[in-house]
Ligand binder design. Structure first.
Ligand code: SF4
Length: 196
């Protein structure tokens, strides 16, 4: 019996759109290599972008990168804007699901919020609204995460393009990587609430 799974989080919603195995590993506190350069770059970008607007909203299972009030004359239904800071729109489907999950959680808490995907390196912003289609996709993703986390073992690795830059690469494909004794993922024993 492995470690107990964590509850559904926005990060897991992102992962489930990319790789079920990654979802299981992250959902069971099997930590990826924190010195992986793309993870470090994502953390740095999220921490240093938009310093004037930057505030954090943290609830169980979610930590929003950017939160600001709309101008005073804005529609009252959109008084708050939350944002996710990303390096590139390459996995935008997963990014929209993650942000949609936050919008759904906040709407269920009685807050009317609009979302933005922010790409500081490209100086680009994508608006995200919780449409019925996005809500249905988010609910499906939540169900998929819950089903995956009930599995006693992670699904077997399946090679996909995302493997190339995945922090679990050596964990999944160790026989194809350089022999290593140092970079073994460890059980973190703590919950995770946000992503890069
Ligand atoms: S290396 Fe590939 S199969 Fe393994 S967790 Fe990452 S994306 Fe999934």
């Amino acid at each position: 019996m492995g470690p107990e799974p964590v509850p559904v989080t926005g990060t897991l919603i992102w992962y489930v759109a990319v790789c079920p195995r990654q979802t299981w590993l992250m959902g069971h506190n099997i930590e990826p290599f924190r010195d992986h350069e793309l993870l470090a770059l994502g953390r740095l970008l999220a921490e240093t972008s938009y310093p004037r607007e930057r505030k954090e909203l943290e609830l169980p299972g979610m930590k929003v990168d950017v939160l600001r009030r709309r101008p005073i004359d804005a529609d009252e239904d959109e008084a708050l804007v939350i944002g996710e800071v990303k390096r590139s729109p390459r996995a935008q489907h997963a990014q929209r699901l993650q942000l949609g999950y936050y919008l759904l959680r906040l709407r269920d808490a009685g807050l009317h919020v609009r979302g933005e995907l922010r790409y500081p390196e490209q100086r680009r912003v994508e608006q995200v609204e919780l449409t019925p289609e996005l809500e249905a996709a988010v609910r499906q993703a939540i169900q998929r995460v819950e089903e995956l986390l009930q599995l006693p073992q992670p699904p077997p690795p399946v090679r996909i393009p995302a493997c190339t830059n995945c922090a679990y690469y050596e964990f999944c494909w160790v026989s194809e990587a350089e022999p290593t004794t140092e970079r073994v993922p460890r059980n973190r024993g703590r919950k995770r609430g946000s992503s890069s």
